[in-house]
Design a protein around this ligand. Structure first.
Ligand code: ADP
Ligand code: ZN
Length: 732
């Protein structure tokens, strides 16, 4: 986009991209007073008014007499060309229509509204007619606060009075009531506020990162370091450098539950808290963050992957913490990988990217190996902490009663920790009470009515839950198939059942169960995590949720109930995931001054992945894993795209799948191959039949344009849906 077309005079023909699902940019006329390229506007579309962005000059191919005018330019900073270009390229990469991309960038309701106001209170000029204790306290509070503005509730609370006391003083002119915009800038972060003394390793890494940020240009660094080595401390130094440059920084975390601890660390390092962006943030606050990133009133944003689409004024650094985490890949709606999109956006806006992890993805490992990313390593834990001693418990030699999962060896180890007043963690990557509910009379397994999936019993919720579609139903008393009474039995362990067993084995231990479905809110979960960290529990029973970066200083033993669980899948990343997960979980132990131990229950201790986990020889593991992927021509050494078709009509999905497979000319021309159609591993979800095709191509193939050309002739009518997943992470 040339600079010459960055402003359009009144009446000029302009192209407006809207958030409506139309396949083109629409022509309009610039409104009275003209408008800038990138301006957020309201335009008429049929009988409605919709949100749009001025995307460029109009195309002029629409009946000129019918072109309507922009209704108004919204009160928001125009979208910068950098973000327009990012949305376009991210859309091209993920084959996502532009209106859907624009929706990602405008997830702040009312973003064009004039700033909403609230009442604030300051010291007035007059003295009140008579003084009371309550009145004196109010005036004292306001005097102490100096220039700070407080709301009615804040003043009343701070003075310990009712709001009517404050209002009485307003009437007399002793207190001033003023209107102030809600969308206030965030408190200023001071990059020199309180840096820590870094270890030699940390200083080297920090200096390299600071120098990179100082170049004010693009680059990606893989910051690899064992859990507890100080990666966060080190990347906060890069954030400090970025803030000193006057540029903005973004830190992505894979899990909302991790934000609270992180905010506290930012506060300690920079003297104030950053802006927060995730699904747990209120709508008003989201709008404030959106506006302030655009105006430069937010120096640092901490958030979930969607924060990548905020309208930063001058983004200089993106940190992707726990970069290997699978939650960075959006699995519904727009299918994008936040890690890859972070690199794309940074390359467009001249920013640095830091990918931090103890167990990087094979993709990042390969990119670092190939010299595309700089690699920094922190090899030892901070302070006295050492990596835990890791051992297998060979389950073939353990005597276990039926329906129990904690082996005698593990039980003894846990008991020992409890006797020492230390914490232990038992890990199982399965939510709910039991994965299967079976009828002992007829063998029927209770399934979901809408999916080809078993329903999982959740005793905590007192319901059966489908983990595919979320459908729940009460646990029946009679078998739905043979109607036998009281014959339904739980089979296999989930986190709730493991907790039950643990409570029986260790009746005196205070138990804490951590599973994502057990907390109504992020706040409740945060409170539980804090309780655990401060020693309010002796034994923690948890799912994957505990693997993600929490600091439990008193924890010295981690027991993995089923280390083999992840190895069973046919997923190409099964080995990688198991390796990462086991090492992350083990990394929870011994983070402070007491050494930790990790014990893994396995039936196949000689499996290469289990052996690699135990030996801790990462280089060997990655080299072997890379070798296998290279030989198979799969990512990161080849390209994949998944096509998922679905419909309520099974014939219709297969017909489309077959037609796609037959007409694969555009793909063959670039050297790509189509596999399928085949029923998806979960062949029915929410009553829709699912069929998958897989496209495989050599590395370096320009796959997206070929895919676009391939699917173009196929019109999706009626119930048919098609989703394209570039670089798929899961294959369900
Ligand atoms: P990681 O992100 O690699 O897991 P953290 O940055 O969370 O590691 O560091 C682990 C713990 O050690 C934290 O409590 C952190 O504050 C502390 N720590 C790390 N480096 C230092 C340092 N140089 N000085 C003081 N404390 C440190
Ligand atoms: Zn279901």
């Amino acid at each position: 986009m040339a600079l010459t077309s960055s402003y359009f005079d009144e009446g000029a023909l302009i192209g407006v991209l809207t958030t409506q699902p139309l396949d083109r940019v629409l022509d309009y006329r610039a409104p009275e007073g003209g408008c800038h390229l990138g301006a957020f506007v309201e335009v008429p579309l049929g009988p409605r008014k919709v949100l749009g962005v001025v995307w460029g000059p109009g195309q002029g191919d629409y009946d000129i007499s019918k072109v309507r005018s922009v209704i108004r330019v919204l009160d928001a900073a125009p979208m910068r060309e950098e973000l327009m270009s990012f949305l376009t390229r991210a859309g091209d990469y993920t084959l996502t229509p532009m209106p859907a991309m624009l929706r990602l960038a405008t997830r702040a309701p009312g973003l064009g509204d004039p700033p909403s106001m609230r009442k604030i209170y300051r010291l007035g000029d007059c003295a009140p007619d008579r003084m009371t204790d309550a009145r004196t306290r109010v005036l004292d509070v306001l005097r102490e606060m100096g220039g700070l503005s407080l709301t009615l509730k804040e003043v009343a609370e701070a003075a310990g009075v009712t709001t009517s006391v404050v209002k009485g003083l307003v009437k007399q002119g002793a207190v001033r009531e003023e209107d102030s915009p809600r969308d206030m800038p965030f408190p200023t972060l001071d990059p020199t506020y309180a840096g820590k003394d870094l270890t030699a390793d940390q200083s080297t890494a920090s200096a390299t990162l600071r120098a990179a940020v100082a170049t004010r240009s693009y680059g990606t660094t893989l910051l690899k370091g064992v859990t507890g080595s100080g990666k966060t401390e080190v990347y906060l130094e890069a954030v400090a450098e970025c803030l000193s440059q006057g540029r903005q920084a973004l830190v992505l975390l894979p899990e909302i539950a991790l934000t609270a601890e992180f905010l506290t660390r930012v506060d300690a390092r920079f003297g104030a808290k950053p802006a927060e962006w995730h699904s747990g943030v209120t709508i008003t606050e989201r709008r404030r963050v959106w506006k302030m990133t655009a105006q430069g009133g937010a120096q640092l944003v901490v958030g979930a992957r969607s924060a990548l689409f905020l309208p930063f004024r001058d983004l200089g650094l993106i940190v992707v913490d726990e970069e290997h985490d699978t939650s960075y890949k959006q699995e519904d709606g727009v299918l994008y990988n936040a890690r890859d999109m972070a690199v794309l956006r940074a390359s467009i806006c001249g920013a640095q990217v830091i990918l931090a992890s103890a167990t990087p993805s094979l993709e990042s490992w390969a990119n670092a190996d190939a010299g595309k990313y700089t690699k920094l390593e922190l090899t030892s834990r901070f302070g006295a902490a050492v990596m835990p001693d890791m051992r297998a418990i060979d389950m073939r030699n353990e005597q276990l009663p039926s329906s129990s999962w904690i082996s005698p060896t593990l039980q003894r180890a846990v008991q020992q920790r409890l006797d020492n007043g230390e914490q232990a963690l038992l890990f199982i990557n399965r939510r709910g009470y039991a994965p299967v509910t079976i009828c002992r009379a007829c063998g029927h397994q209770i399934g979901c009515d809408h999916c080809d999936a078993r329903m999982v019993e959740h005793r905590f919720l007192k319901r059966l839950v489908c983990h595919q579609c979320g459908e729940t139903k009460p646990m029946p008393n009679t078998c739905p198939s043979c109607e036998a009474e009281d014959k339904l039995a739980a089979v296999g362990p989930g986190v709730e059942r493991l907790a039950e067993e643990a409570q029986t084995l260790f009746p005196d231990a205070r138990l804490a169960v951590l599973s994502s479905d057990m907390f109504g809110s992020a706040r409740a979960l945060k409170a539980e995590i804090e309780t655990i960290a401060s020693g309010g529990a002796d034994l923690i029973i948890g799912t994957q949720l505990v693997a993600k970066g929490h600091n439990f200083p008193l924890l010295t033993l981690v027991g993995v109930i089923d280390a083999d669980l992840g190895l069973q899948g046919s997923d190409l990343r099964a080995a990688e995931r198991t390796f990462q997960l086991m090492r992350q979980v083990a990394g929870r132990a011994g983070r402070a001054d007491k050494p930790g131990q990790a014990l893994m229950q396995t039936y196949q201790p000689e499996h290469p992945v289990i052996r690699a986990i135990l030996s801790g020889d990462e280089q060997d593991f990655w080299t072997a894993e890379a070798g296998e992927r290279r030989a198979a021509g799969v990512p990161p050494y080849g390209r994949l795209a998944g096509i998922i078709l679905s419909s309520t009509d099974v014939q219709e999905v297969f017909d489309l799948g077959n037609a796609l497979a037959r007409n694969d000319g555009p793909l063959r021309r670039v050297g790509a191959q189509v596999f399928g159609p085949a029923p998806a591993p979960i062949a029915r979800v929410r009553g829709r039949h699912r069929v998958r095709l897989l496209v495989k191509a050599p590395k370096g193939t320009a796959l997206q344009p070929a895919l676009a050309e391939w699917i173009k002739p196929f019109r999706l009518k009626g119930e048919l849906r098609m989703a394209i997943d570039i670089d798929p992470q899961s294959f369900y």
